[in-house]
Design a protein around this ligand. Structure first.
Ligand code: FAD
Ligand code: FES
Length: 336
């Protein structure tokens, strides 16, 4: 049982099974629609239903108010079709052509590395059976075997290695995917199922002006991908990478970034600790940024980590006069 889903702004359409979200059907057919979390929490994927009817499924009142529903708005990542549909993005955003788009696909792969790299943080490397094209900053959804549960993890490797995906995973106490699997029974040689690429974080890569990148915990993953990708290209803009942790044992890949600093004059690495004395930067990572920059006018920023850090970061950058449209963010709920 499938329905036709047409995006009027692009005059393209895809077939969507009755139990699949309209966003998923469009992305699988290589039709881009803005989206971020795919969990029904961020609201980026709002569409206006011009013709036909949708089932809102798990859309919460918090992300999609009853007022919006009555006005024909739906969450693309939650809504499934009850009939053929005509849709348009709720906000007229220019999808832009700064990056190529890669269709969403199912992938299988084998774990080739699983390493403890910091307190409660593991590096997971999966060799895919088929390469998965993606933009630096995007994520994949990994399936927990034997369950219906999937969780999102950002690629840390640059897109040039589309056959070998690296993830940084933080253990969430009591968490199904992390505590119950990736930090428990998962072993090198095991098979993994995932789908990707997903997310908007890779849609506006740094170009031209300097960029400040702020990571909390494993929020470093997509920023590592972006930094490596941008530095490998020609005429990289100045990049300032901040990584926040409580103690030294929360930091990882410090040697890698120090080495990168030696080779790239325009790259600066600033690890920050909030709860341990050391000879590096001290304090909440977002306070260190405030101290380092008298003005952020004309700069852009990429923030990734837990919601509290992102909120503090956005506030700090606006105080330093960064334009809100130049602030890009990816929130990791339940991970830091
Ligand atoms: P969950 O099972 O989801 O548990 C989350 C919390 O709920 C825990 O505190 C748990 O104790 C509690 N809980 C679980 N079940 C119950 C229950 N029945 N009743 C009450 N409480 C319960 N994380 C990373 O580490 N690295 C990344 O690169 C990364 N990228 C992400 C990208 C995106 C776009 C998003 C949205 C998230 C990303 N995350 C990342 C977070 C990640 O997807 C997971 O949310 C995180 O790993 C926790 O998953 P889990 O299954 O272990 O925990
Ligand atoms: Fe749909 Fe976030 S609410 S992508």
């Amino acid at each position: 049982d499938t329905h036709e889903v047409r995006i009027t702004t692009q005059d393209r359409s895809a077939r969507c099974p009755a139990d699949q979200s309209v966003l998923e059907a469009l992305l699988r057919d290589d039709i881009w629609l803005p989206h971020s979390c795919t969990q029904g929490t961020c609201g980026t994927c709002k569409v206006r239903v011009l013709e036909g009817e949708v089932d809102h499924r798990d859309s919460s009142e918090y992300t999609l108010t009853s007022h919006e529903r009555a006005a024909g708005i739906a969450l693309g990542c939650q809504a499934t079709p009850c009939s053929d549909l005509a849709l348009e993005p709720a906000e007229r955003v220019d999808p832009g052509d700064a990056v190529p788009r890669h269709p969403l696909r199912d992938h299988g792969g084998t774990v080739v590395l699983l390493d403890d790299i910091a307190r409660d943080v593991r590096r997971l490397v999966v060799e895919l059976d088929e390469p998965m094209g993606f933009n630096a900053g995007q994520y994949a959804e990994i399936r927990v075997p034997g369950t219906e549960v999937s969780r999102q993890y950002s690629m840390a490797n640059p897109p040039s290695r589309s056959d070998r995906l690296e993830f940084h995973v933080k253990r969430t106490p009591g968490g199904v995917a992390t505590d119950g699997w990736m930090f428990a029974g998962l072993r090198p040689g095991d098979r993994v199922e995932l789908k990707g690429p997903l997310g908007d974080f890779g849609s506006n890569p740094p170009s031209g002006g300097a960029a400040i990148m702020i990571a909390g915990g494993t929020g470093l993953a997509p920023l590592t991908s972006i930094v490596r990708h941008v530095l490998a290209g020609e005429s990289a803009p100045p990049l300032y990478l901040y990584h926040g942790g409580r103690e030294q044992r929360d930091l990882y890949d410090a040697e890698f970034f120090r080495e990168l600093e030696q080779h790239h004059e325009r790259f600066t690495y600033r690890p920050c600790l909030s709860e341990q004395q050391w000879d590096g930067a001290m304090g909440a990572v977002t306070d260190v940024v405030l101290d380092d920059f008298a003005s952020c006018k004309g700069l852009s920023a990429y923030l990734c980590g837990p919601p509290g850090m992102i909120e503090a970061g956005v506030k700090a950058l606006k105080r330093r006069r960064m334009a809100p449209r130049r602030i890009f963010r990816e929130e990791f709920p339940d991970a830091s």
